[in-house]
Design a protein around this ligand. Structure first.
Ligand code: FES
Length: 163
C-alpha cells in the first residue's frame, strides 16, 4: 500500500519556498531547512546546496545545521510515522517492552511495517507522567500500547487517504 502525502522533490518549488525566507530573515538556514521538510517531507541532498547558495554560506554550514537537529531527515518519511519515546521516564514504565512489542507487531504485519516505517527513537516528548509516550503521525499519545498504536495508525491512514 502506498499513500502519498508530500509532493515529489522539485528544485523550482523549493527555490520558491526558500526565496522569501532568505529575503525576510537573517541567518535563515534552519528556517529554510524546515520549510523544505514541511513541504516535501524531507530535505533532499540537492536542497542543501540550494540553501547554502541562497543563504550565502557553505554547504558544510548547512550540513552542520541539518545534522544537529534530529527531526530533520534526508529520506522520505513513511506514510504514518510512529516514533516511540526512548527516554528514561518512559523506559521506567514499559517503554522498552513497548518497543519490543511494536517491533514484533511490525514483524508480523508487513503492511503495518511499510506504513509506519522504522521506529526512529525520540527522547522525551514532555509527556513523562503518561508514559510510555509515542508520536503517531506527529500526534502525541500517552499510555501507549500496541493496540492503541495500531488504532491511531488506522485513524491517521484514513485521514491521509481522505485528504
Ligand atoms: S521520557 Fe518519555 S515523554 Fe518524557
Amino acid at each position: 500500500m502506498s499513500i502519498a502525502r508530500y509532493p515529489e522533490w522539485q528544485a523550482e518549488a523549493a527555490a520558491t519556498l526558500i526565496a522569501p525566507i532568505v529575503a525576510a530573515e537573517s541567518g535563515p538556514v534552519l528556517l529554510c531547512l524546515q520549510a523544505v521538510q514541511a513541504h516535501f517531507g524531507y530535505v533532499p541532498g540537492d536542497a542543501v546546496g540550494m540553501i547554502a547558495e541562497a543563504c550565502n554560506v557553505s554547504r558544510a554550514d548547512v550540513h552542520g545545521v541539518f545534522t544537529f537537529y534530529a527531526d530533520l531527515r534526508d529520506t522520505s518519511p513513511p506514510a504514518v510515522p510512529v516514533r516511540l519515546c526512548a527516554a528514561e521516564a518512559c523506559q521506567a514504565v514499559g517503554g522498552r517492552k513497548l518497543k519490543t512489542d511494536w517491533a514484533t507487531a511490525c514483524g508480523e504485519d508487513a503492511e503495518l511495517a511499510a506504513l509506519t516505517g522504522v521506529d526512529e527513537p525520540i527522547f522525551c516528548l514532555g509527556n513523562c507522567a503518561l508514559g510510555p509516550a509515542a508520536l503517531v503521525d506527529g500526534e502525541l499519545m500517552g499510555c501507549a500500547d500496541v493496540a492503541r498504536l495500531k488504532g491511531a495508525v488506522t485513524q491517521a491512514q484514513a485521514a491521509v487517504e481522505a485528504s
